[in-house]
Write a protein that binds this ligand. Structure first.
Ligand code: PLP
Length: 394
């Protein structure tokens, strides 16, 4: 339970989060500890962020070094970390040019602006966006305007004009929305908040075809499903369907606030120009140290290969739950981004899981989301299953 001092201090915050009644203090590997010393097995990773878990010595040393050296310069000057992080990120994402932001929302804002700028450059007059139902792209105005969930948009209307929503995995519903004013189509290859909905191969290929045939840009939001989570470095690579613009955040900094949007050279040549966009903190030496070191660790420790191995085991164990535990209707997702559809309210099971010392996340559609650090081992899956089973049944 959270003590009175923590509760009193919390009264100074604008109340937009309904928190669980624990206060976390410390992390080690795939475990977190609260202020009472209680230990939690982490299958939430701070919303699919901490892929490398907690207390990675190489990452921590790099960040400590950078704090002592220099951690803010502004984008008026060069800093080696920025270029190096960009180079490494482009290598793993398959894109050519990247802009660093401070969050996923900001990455999507930048992507939407870049798409509009591309249309402006071509004097095409295109300004409309097609987005997906049940999508989530963030909370800033542009990002929330393309988020396919009414509750997130309605209190803040009017939204950005020219946005329409298609049914995810229904190509005909996308085709029906295409006009000669369509500028870009934005989608998550694997929807997170929306309930762990994986795009079909046919859908990804179909979107690519619609974009190519109509001079529309394809934007993939891989803020959550990117950086190894699906068993590919980026989910688009699993499909072999490359977007024109890719957005990233969560996993790329392992918790140091950083996001990015990246584009192909073709788009970059006809999109943002000097003076069109910027971010005071974006791509600062500390954030870029995080990105480049995280990528180094991913390569040295073969994290993506590991995700493929351990996620196969997780998948099997979750399928067993579907078979044997009453009230678990279905398993969804892939890699280490999975969910189970429940009969009981997911919130109730989530609360019970916390009592059992297990952290998980809810998603839309009464889904319990499992997005652990990517470094979990089979033994952690074996530890999770009985805790989850207890939370589901008792
Ligand atoms: C979390 C998330 C965002 C928003 O990122 P913030 O860093 O919270 O702004 C955008 N898109 C997707 C798919 C996300 O999961």
């Amino acid at each position: 339970m959270v003590n009175e001092k923590i509760k009193a201090a919390e009264e100074n915050l604008i109340h937009v989060y309904n928190r669980f009644p624990i206060a976390l203090e410390r992390g080690e590997g795939v475990y977190l500890y609260d202020t009472n010393g209680k230990k939690y097995l982490d299958f939430a990773a701070g919303f699919a962020v901490s892929g490398l878990g907690y207390g990675n010595q190489k990452l921590n040393a790099a960040l400590k070094f950078q704090i002592d050296q220099l951690y803010h310069t502004s984008n008026l000057y060069y800093h080696m970390n920025c270029g190096e992080a960009a180079q490494k990120l482009n290598q793993i994402s398959g894109m050519d040019r990247v802009f660093f932001t401070n969050s996923g929302s900001e990455a999507n804002e930048g992507a939407l602006k870049a798409a509009r700028r591309y249309a402006y450059n071509k004097k095409s007059g295109r300004y409309q966006f097609i987005a997906m139902e049940n999508s989530f792209h963030g909370r800033s105005f542009g990002a929330v305007s393309v988020t396919g969930h009414t509750a997130y948009r309605e209190p803040f209307e009017p939204m950005l004009p020219g946005v329409s929503f298609a049914e995810f995995n229904n190509l005909d519903s996308v085709k029906a929305l295409v006009t000669d004013q369509t500028c870009a189509i934005i989608l998550e290859p694997l929807q997170g908040e929306g309930g762990i909905n994986l795009a079909t191969q046919e859908f990804m290929e179909g979107i690519r075809r619609i974009c190519d045939e109509n001079d529309i840009l394809m934007i993939c939001d891989e803020v959550q499903c990117g950086m190894g989570r699906t068993g590919a470095m980026f989910a688009w690579q699993k499909f072999g369907v490359k977007p024109d613009i890719l957005t990233m955040a969560k996993g790329i900094g392992n918790g140091i606030p950083v996001g990015a949007f990246a584009m192909t050279e073709k788009v970059a040549q006809a999109s943002l120009k000097p003076g069109d966009h910027g971010a005071t903190y974006g791509g600062n030496p500390l954030a870029c140290m995080a990105v480049k070191t995280v990528i180094d660790i991913f390569e040295e420790e073969k994290i993506v290969e590991h995700v493929n191995e351990v996620s196969e085991y997780l998948t099997d164990r979750l399928e067993e739950l579907v078979q044997h535990v009453d009230g678990v209707l279905e398993r969804k997702g892939t890699g280490l981004m999975q969910g189970i559809v429940l009969k009981k309210p997911a919130a109730q099971v989530n609360n019970r899981a916390i009592e059992e010392g297990l952290l998980v996340i809810q998603a839309q559609g009464n889904v319990l989301r499992l997005v652990p650090p990517l470094i979990i081992e089979k033994e952690h899956v074996d530890e999770m299953i009985p805790k989850l089973t207890k939370a589901l049944t008792e």
